[in-house]
Design a protein around this ligand. Sequence first.
Ligand code: DLL
Length: 437
Amino acid sequence: MDYQYWNPEIEKMPRADLQALQLAKLRAAVERALGTSFYRKRFAGAGITSADGVKSLEDLKRVPFTTKQDLRDGFPWDFLGIAREDVVRLHASSGTTGIPTTIYFNRGDLGRWASYVARCIYGTGCTKRDVFQNMISYGLFTGGLGFHAGAEEVGMMVIPSGSGNTTRQFRLMRDFGTTVLHATPSFLLHVESRMKEEGYSLEDFALKRAFAGAEPYSEDTRRRIEDLLHIDVFNSYGLSEMNGPGVAFECQEKNGLHLWEDGYIAEIINPETLENTRDGEPGELVLTILCREATPLFRYRTRDLTGFYTEPCPCGRTHRRLRRITGRSDDMLIINGVNVFPSQIEEVIMAMREVGNNYLIVVEKDGVLDRITVKTEVGPDIFMDDSRPLNALREKIRKTIQASITINPRVELHEHGSLPVSEGKAVRVKDLRPRDV
Ligand code: DLL
């Protein structure tokens, strides 16, 4: 195979040199992070008062983990490592309301982020002759703007179509000869399922590749999209706390995601014991970011369950490959690419006096998209035979949940005391989505 490298020197760097580079960047990151109120305290607790406290990569393990809760507790400025006037952009994690997790960027950070995404895109075989349709949300979510900048850096013609509006997506795809798509895997399936009824067939398009990420999906789903659209689908992994997309990506081999180790230090831990697992063993991914100045993060617990392949990749890149992410070690749900914590829904329900104590969240596939249904009991004073107030209540719950999680749920009201009560731990979430679509 003819492999393409955006930055061959870095991508094929011998591992010893790569580790030396990591250490130099880590020490610089520690020095800068001492300027944030969060890490000044954290590092002091670990006995680190300057970069000299980190003499080897092993020393990083003296630093305690950072969690999403730490980011929330430190909102809005405790993680800011630069002067406020040097911040040029912020992004916030999708699906977290109340207190979001906010990440700041300076100009250099944005340039570096774009070059990591460009590296991912170019490594799949794309060139400046490609036409790139970015069918993912722009805004606080990192998927839109992150890929936009990377694709422009490669020199592709970028169509910033955003997510949704399938009819328009087809027209753009046809009129401009789109060759590369970017979307969540569920949206790619949705687009395919609408093609015929919108009056198109594959011959109307020039599609070659798609990048699919932001939510877990199986190898079978990848194959299904590839077979239906006659394209190559590449897995794309990232998270807002680590900039967004551009953390790990599949190369032309499509067998594991190269995690860019000149920008990130990766560890895999056992989520129960918090010990590092042995090489190649599965566990939770923990990341330290080396390629961002404005918001340093050390040993961030991603909650994503994966592991590293131990054998080298035939493409010649020396950066280790992650296995497909199979799930999370916390209860976060990903609904059509949007992160939702069941606690957000519980907060809404429990704040309404008219609603009873028991509820159940059901997540299912509705065609190729995810659908969320919130089943909740009404309070003891509400009678199920009077439909007018019930409809109003249902609508109120729906709207409030939508405002909180940005997704429109179905709401079902049930008579007081009628939803099943489980013995032991309450089962609040039923995720009925098949693992292998
Ligand atoms: O989803 C960033 C992104 C945008 C990645 C576009 C890829 C493409 P968040 O909204 O912060 O950021 O969600 C991050 O989504 O911790 C994983 O649980 C999940 N996730 C992201 N990519 C994948 C993937 C973006 N390829 C959370 N496979 C992460 C499985 C994924 N899960």
